[in-house]
Design a binder for this molecule. Structure first.
Ligand SMILES: Nc1nc2c(ncn2[C@@H]2O[C@H](COP(=O)(O)OP(=O)(O)OP(=O)(O)O)[C@@H](O)[C@H]2O)c(=O)[nH]1
Ligand SMILES: [Mg+2]
Length: 427
């Protein structure tokens, strides 16, 4: 796409002295690009805190107006979440729509959403964002950006209080409706989840900053250890390529199995409405036995990206889970790969030796509580035999007069369950 097809925008940011201000602004530029915008100018102002009425100081807002005219920018995008009145007051002076960081991220999510669940989740987040902003032009610019019409009829700036109240009730009704539909979608997802949980397979979740290579790694693992009919997931060089959680079962040469999930990537200041709306999608990560954090090793911002990931996990309410940290895209750096030091790996997703090392590291983590044991199962306990065949790696089966003798690697939990059939253990 050449720049003429992109909307020219100005990024503005308030430097309150936070250490990662520049990182936040770089992220805002990347998010703008992801939303088909061309950032023609960046304007910062150093202030201890935002001006309540206009975000920037008066003089700076005038300057912004001049630069909008000079550059032909069509939208101003602010690095923070603005109050409805800040947006309104800024728009009065600069005379183009003003969008905040939350509105921008919502717009990207709305453009990317494919599945019914993702679409409903984005819609819910958007409606909740619009609720306190009904009488500003912010929704208007949001709707122009996303091309959707939810709430688009309520952005009439001249509307009176009664009109706003009516709009509020309408939006609340829409919120209730979307919530209801989401519950329906979630119900079928919940059934699938419960079926998986019954299987007692370890759950491994790929998580991390957007565009780090989670889906690429997922696909490499599916290619080698997936079931025949397992579909690949989408990989794209853009922010938030993945908005749905995909779960696949992997089976290794030694018959051990696990569930691997790939999910939505993170970015700093992920709007709370989105985090809230995407809770069920992010549930897979919260419910994992092992988190595999993928980091773009070729990015200079990788330390900030890791901090962002850890913050977001806390926000979603993910408990302190065992974690492997995988520095990916090492092929774009001068570093040697694949290497491992403790729980940290340096790899490249498209390199076989890297995937071997990763699989080995994952297996050591999730199958560490396995024991090899021999069980003698009475012939009337066929269900135990089929359970072991399905869920354990069976090393040997013998038919004795008293029943079926099976030597298998089982989890310590399964070992407890079948202890009464236990006859001996290997070193
Ligand atoms: N050079 C190189 N490129 C990689 C590597 N891994 C992934 N990529 C590229 O990085 C881009 C993003 O990869 P994805 O797998 O979609 O990233 P993701 O983490 O799933 O991103 P989101 O779904 O947006 O959160 C794609 O263009 C991949 O081809 C790697 O090891 N080396
Ligand atoms: Mg992805």
């Amino acid at each position: 796409m050449d720049n003429s097809e992109l909307t020219p925008v100005i990024n503005i940011g308030l430097n309150t002295g936070r250490a990662n201000f520049n990182y936040g602004m770089a992220e805002l530029a990347a998010l703008s690009t992801a939303n088909n915008m061309n950032v023609v100018e960046r304007i910062d102002q150093s202030l201890p805190k935002p001006i309540a009425a206009t975000y920037f100081g008066t003089g700076k807002v005038e300057e912004l107006r001049d630069i909008v005219v000079e550059t032909g920018a069509e939208i101003v995008v602010a690095n923070d979440e603005l109050t409805p009145s800040q947006i309104r007051n800024l728009e009065k002076v600069v005379k183009v729509p003003v969008m905040d960081r939350t509105g921008l991220i919502l717009a990207i999510f709305a453009n990317r959403a494919q599945s019914r669940e993702a679409k409903l989740q984005v819609q819910l987040a958007k409606l909740q964002y619009q609720m306190p902003r009904l009488h500003t032009a912010a929704n208007q610019s949001l709707d122009q950006q996303t091309g959707t019409s939810a709430g688009g009829g309520f952005t009439n700036r001249g509307a009176g209080e009664a009109q706003i109240e009516l709009s509020r009730r309408t939006v609340q009704r829409q919120i209730n409706h979307v919530r209801h539909e989401l519950k329906e979608v979630n119900r079928s997802a919940e059934v699938k989840r419960q079926q998986r949980e019954k299987g007692h397979l370890p759950n491994v979740a790929l998580i991390g900053y957007t565009n780090a290579g989670k889906s690429t790694i997922m696909n490499e693992l599916i290619k080698r250890f997936g079931m025949n009919d397992d579909k690949q997931v989408m990989v794209k060089n853009m922010l938030f390529a993945t908005l749905d959680t995909s779960v696949r079962q992997l089976q290794f040469e030694d018959a051990k199995k696990l569930l691997l999930s790939d999910t939505v990537g993170f970015v700093s200041q992920l709007p709370t409405t989105l985090v809230e709306a995407f809770k069920s999608t992010l549930y897979e990560a919260a419910n994992a036995d092992l988190l595999v954090q993928i980091v773009d090793y070729s990015s200079n911002d990788r330390a900030n990206m890791m901090t962002t990931t850890e913050k977001t996990l806390r926000e979603i309410g993910v408990p302190d889970l065992p974690m492997l940290t995988v520095f990916n895209k090492a092929d774009l750096t001068d570093s040697e790969y694949p290497t491992q030091a403790g729980d940290q790996l340096v790899i490249s997703a498209n390199d076989d030796a890297s995937i071997d090392l990763l699989v080995d590291a994952i297996k050591k983590k999730v199958f560490k509580n396995f024991v090899t044991a021999t069980f003698l199962i009475p012939f009337d306990k066929g269900d135990v035999v089929s359970y072991l065949n399905e869920h354990a790696s069976v090393l040997n089966t013998d038919y004795k007069a008293e029943g079926t003798e099976m030597t298998a690697e089982v989890t310590d939990i399964d070992f407890q369950r079948f202890q009464k059939y236990y006859v001996s253990s290997e070193a």
